[in-house]
Ligand binder design. Structure first.
Ligand code: HPA
Length: 234
């Protein structure tokens, strides 16, 4: 048991998927896992364990923003022995090459967050995804023949970016803005575990545009397939 996850030891698999939205965790468990069992509902932050192709996999909502994912990822790594974590979520694209619904396999995450300053002071840590996970995800995505890219995102503390920080990230080749990956990668480094993130482009900061519910569903299914195949094979 930990403070924000009320599950007995052994209730959570070594492999875990981390969507921000707890209802998305429920949807993933009910639609992609075999025999899902709810292990947490503290604060409505649902967590489930089931199997994928017979391999135990859990899925845990993390909430939005780095302080929130920091709480859940810390408890999962420290108290539940989670070894591999893949964040599955959405981002705003800041690359001309990207279109709505494209997939980003995230290999690094910049950040404007104070969390990194609090940990490292004047040092500048580079939050990085696990290479083998990214490599595996790359080959799964390639076989699926979908539109995707491998690259970095920026994990912002702002959704409503009053400073337009995205412009600076864009100049340096960052592909998308989201709000969680940098802290997940940093915690994985702290606890010597493995993590990556897979994003679908839900909004395009440069080009605008909207996706239909059906389009979002197809893209989401692609992202889940990459995440699940990757987590059971690395
Ligand atoms: N900014 C930050 N987080 C996001 C965005 C965005 O535009 N889209 C999806 N998550």
């Amino acid at each position: 048991m930990s403070t924000h996850i009320n599950a007995p030891a052994g209730a959570i698999a070594e492999n875990i998927l981390l969507p921000g939205d707890p209802l998305r965790a429920k949807f993933i468990a009910e639609n992609f896992l075999e025999n899902p069992k709810l292990y947490n509902e503290v604060r409505g932050m649902y967590g489930y364990t089931g199997t994928y192709k017979g391999v135990p996999v859990s899925v845990q909502g993390t909430g939005m923003g780095q302080p929130s994912i920091s709480i859940y990822a810390t408890e999962l790594f420290k108290d539940y022995g989670v070894k591999k974590a893949i964040r599955v979520g959405t981002c705003g694209a800041i690359s001309e090459e990207l279109e709505l619904r494209d997939t980003i396999l995230v290999n690094s995450a910049c950040s404007d967050s104070c969390l990194l300053n609090q940990r490292f002071g004047a040092l500048h840590f580079a939050p990085t995804a696990d290479f083998n996970m990214v490599k595996t995800a790359d080959s799964v995505a390639q076989k699926m023949g979908i539109r995707y890219t491998v690259g970095s995102v920026a994990s912002s503390d702002f959704f409503y970016d009053i400073n337009s920080n995205w412009k600076k990230w864009k100049e340096y080749g960052v592909k998308g803005i989201e709000m969680e990956s940098a802290e997940l990668f940093t915690l994985a480094a702290q606890y010597n575990r493995r993590a990556m993130a897979i994003m679908t482009v839900s909004d395009h900061i440069l080009k605008g545009g909207e996706t239909t519910a059906e389009e979002r569903q197809t893209t989401f299914t692609n992202m889940m397939k990459i995440a699940l195949e990757t987590i059971i094979s690395v």
